[in-house]
Design a protein around this ligand. Structure first.
Ligand code: F6P
Length: 359
């Protein structure tokens, strides 16, 4: 019997358990054993290796769960692993040893571009077999139209706008919603359109504070004394400075630009503003049907790739089909929001302010 490992790496998101469940089901078809590895590559570094045989009982019901039953981490790059004394150690060989200790024939890595780059380097260096599944709420992997977790995040952000609209209208306020997206504005533009935002600020398009304020004032003149503004976390100040929230320990964490935009709007329009930083609510909770569907399709196909011995490949969603592409190509293809694409045109078409672009 072939033995395959599966791990989730990087931030959690909706749909990860759908992949795990589908992998276990599909592996039964090929008489393969599936080992769930704990906390990404940390499980392969542990001695004994921290992994469990996944059977049908273990995956029962998990399709509906948020998070990942395997655990995950976005800390601890094995090529520069932070040690207790503050030094960085190359522990990559421990992962390869862990792979062999489990006697694996292949490993399924579920991750975003950063995790997949590390896994791919590990597999090449250790000469073992890797196949990959894309996941990131940021949806910035160019090879796939949708990465696991993105659609769930858009749903959460859209629902947040639906809720904020009531408070905006009741209190005559400008409500600002800051959404995730480490580098790209995909969640912001999709949720902004679906949730009827009056302004959508994304890192791909520069904005003018004056124009944004005029737009809000124009609405007020027309009797619309409330507005909804969506801001992607990667948006910078008008002059291009990054804004970061620094906590009392001096750590720079997610969030901050929403408050900057709110303060500027208050000053230039006199409107009352409030900020909601949606944060990790976008990652957890019940996965959307589409993330479950795509996750399940990915899980089935990725096991087929192992059965066909087609390694170093990542499954991808293109035109309602699962295809597969070389992992190296997938990592190289970053996708930003297309400035002259359909979504920007759509936002403009319904009168949203989306920054300094031709309408
Ligand atoms: O990449 C996914 C993501 O949720 C980004 O949108 C966000 O910038 C980041 O991870 C947050 O990471 P953490 O959970 O480590 O705060």
């Amino acid at each position: 019997r072939k033995r395959i490992g599966i791990l989730t790496s990087g931030g959690d998101c909706g749909g990860l358990n759908a992949v795990t469940r589908a992998v276990v089901h599909r592996a039964r078809h090929y008489n393969m054993d599936v080992f769930g590895i704990r906390d990404s590559t940390l499980g392969l570094m542990s001695r004994p290796v921290d992994a469990e045989l996944l059977d049908l009982k273990r995956i029962s019901g998990i399709l509906r769960y948020g998070g990942t039953i395997l655990g995950t981490t976005n800390k601890g790059n094995p090529f520069a692993f932070p040690m207790p004394d503050g030094s960085l150690l190359d522990r990559s060989h421990e992962i390869t040893n862990g792979y062999h200790e489990l006697e694996l024939d292949a490993l399924i890595g579920i991750g975003g571009d950063g995790s997949l780059a590390i896994l791919s380097k590990l597999a090449q260096q250790g000469n073992w077999n890797l196949v990959a599944v894309p996941k990131t709420i940021d949806n910035d992997l160019g090879a796939t139209e949708s990465s696991i977790g993105f659609i769930t995040a858009v749903e959460v952000a859209t629902e947040a706008l639906d809720r904020l609209n009531y408070t905006a209208a009741s209190h005559s306020r400008v409500m600002i919603l800051e959404v995730m997206g480490r580098d790209a504005g995909h969640i912001a533009i999709s949720a902004g359109i679906a949730g009827g935002a009056d302004a959508i600020l994304i890192p791909e398009i520069p904005y003018s504070m004056d124009k944004l304020c005029h737009r809000i004032e124009d609405r007020a003149k027309r009797g619309r004394n409330h507005s909804l503004v969506v801001v992607a976390e990667a948006v910078k100040t008008e002059t291009g400075e990054p804004v970061k929230f620094i906590n009392s320990l001096g750590q720079s964490l997610y969030g901050g630009i929403g408050q900057y935009i709110a303060d500027r709007i208050s000053v230039c329009t006199g409107a009352e503003t409030r900020v909601t930083t949606l944060g990790h609510l976008q990652r957890g909770g019940k996965p959307s049907p589409m993330d479950r569907l795509i996750g399940t399709a990915f899980g089935v196909r990725v096991v087929d790739l192992i059965a066909e011995e087609r390694f170093d490949r990542m499954v991808a969603w293109q035109q309602r089909q699962v295809v597969d592409v070389p992992i190296a190509d997938a990592i190289a293809q970053y996708r930003a929001v297309e400035v002259d694409g359909t979504l920007v045109k759509t936002a403009l078409g319904v009168g949203a302010y989306i920054g300094e672009v031709e309408n």
